[in-house]
Design a protein around this ligand. Structure first.
Ligand SMILES: *Cc1c(COP(=O)(O)O)cnc(C)c1O
Length: 374
């Protein structure tokens, strides 16, 4: 990473801790480099925002970021890495457009809010078979894999690796039936722990949770699957077109791509995915322990599928939720309000959130509980 010059007076120790779900915290070291390079990227005389995506300067940024992502996730050579716009939500349509390959059905696992959204979109283009659903249990658990109803005729199996709102995460890679393709929405847990990319046909992730700013979406897709898009798909929804043009079939989200590139370099410096995964485990364990050992806070998710990235919780006395959030904000603990769909609180512990930040949160939670004990 470019060395941070000492004349930058941003005292990151004084910044509040950000537990927002997305757009979310970025490493302060990355923000400092971006600040330093804002007016003149590497002597080019231009901000990254001002340069042509086809120039050699941005070409270097694009190339390095892809190489770093490939290294961090151990992405095999027969996969394309795409840096796109449109968010994970566009992928809800692009996946069926490109991967149905003439088949009429697709298998979906329904584990919460984002699975529901992916399913609703796919239903416009094919028959969706729900392999398993956590809906009747209010998305507090992932149904036992032995109970899943696969349709071996389905083109692919889609699942949401981490449900950002319900706080439910897969800690294993699901099995598919026959030669089904495996597809995963990893928007909120990509790069948080190792994954075996070769098990997947396609992985996608909006950047604004764990990779960088909003406006950038990353797709990792097996090369042999390209070129079978439905004829009515917009050109920009065809992975083959996008891959053939190095994600530059039109103007890519250059600044977000650049910041993502800095985050990837930061992650490599931190020791990569294995190292950050160990830290993420520690962070999540500390918060779950604080919740479980209190008779004040509750997390409803089954232990076996609790998310390490997004931890929703409620207070046993709901009238204390407003004061909790107000006092937390005053104490420099930001972004803790739960999603409007489920209410309560939620702490997102993405890669950029430090163990110190989680310690500050759990200390605050213990103090708040002690102060409000009846
Ligand atoms: C945030 C999120 C989305 C939606 O992402 P957009 O970039 O807003 O389209 C989809 N899936 C998951 C798991 C998410 O966390």
């Amino acid at each position: 990473m470019t060395e941070v010059k000492t004349n930058i007076e941003l005292d990151t120790d004084l910044r509040p801790h950000n537990f927002g779900a997305g757009p979310a915290a970025l490493p302060p070291a990355v923000l400092k480099v971006a600040q330093q390079e804002m007016l003149d990227w590497h002597g080019s005389g231009m901000s990254v925002m001002e340069m042509s995506h086809r120039g050699k300067e941005f070409g270097q940024i694009a190339e390095e970021s892809e190489a770093d992502l490939r290294e961090l996730l151990n992405i095999p050579a027969n996969y394309k890495v795409l840096f796109l716009q449109g968010g994970a939500t566009s992928q809800f349509a692009m996946v069926p457009f490109n991967l149905l390959r003439g088949k009429a059905t697709a298998d979906y696992v329904n584990t919460g809010f984002w699975s529901e959204r992916a399913i609703a979109e796919a239903k416009k283009y094919c028959t969706v078979k729900i392999v398993a659903s956590g809906e009747s249990g209010k998305y507090r658990d992932i149904p036992e894999p032995s109970s899943w109803q696969h349709d071996s005729q389905a083109a692919y199996l889609h699942y949401t690796a981490n449900e950002t709102i319900h706080g439910v995460e897969f800690h294993h890679t699901p099995e598919v039936a026959g030669d089904q393709l495996l597809v995963s929405d990893m928007s909120s847990n990509i790069l948080s722990a190792a994954v075996e990319v070769s098990k997947f046909a396609l992985i996608y992730a909006g950047a604004q949770k764990n990779i960088g700013p909003s406006g950038l979406t990353i797709v990792i897709v097996r090369e042999d699957l390209l070129g079978q898009v439905v004829p009515f798909a917009p050109s920009l929804f065809d992975y083959k077109t996008l891959a053939a043009n190095g994600s530059m079939a039109n103007t890519p989200p250059t600044y977000g791509w650049y910041i993502a590139g800095l985050v990837l370099k930061w992650l490599k410096e931190k020791g990569g995915v294995e190292a950050i995964a160990a830290l993420n485990k520690q962070k999540a364990e500390l918060l779950y322990r604080t919740i479980d050992q209190s008779d004040f806070y509750v997390n409803p998710v089954a232990i076996s599928c609790r998310s390490r990235m997004n931890i929703p919780f409620t207070l046993k006395d709901p009238t204390l939720e407003k004061p909790f959030l107000q006092e937390a904000t005053a104490a420099g603990l930001l972004g803790l309000a739960g999603h409007r769909a489920v209410g309560g609180m939620r702490a997102s512990l993405y890669n950029a959130v430090t163990l110190d930040a989680v310690q500050a949160l759990t200390n605050f939670m213990s103090d708040f509980a002690a102060a409000h004990k009846k």
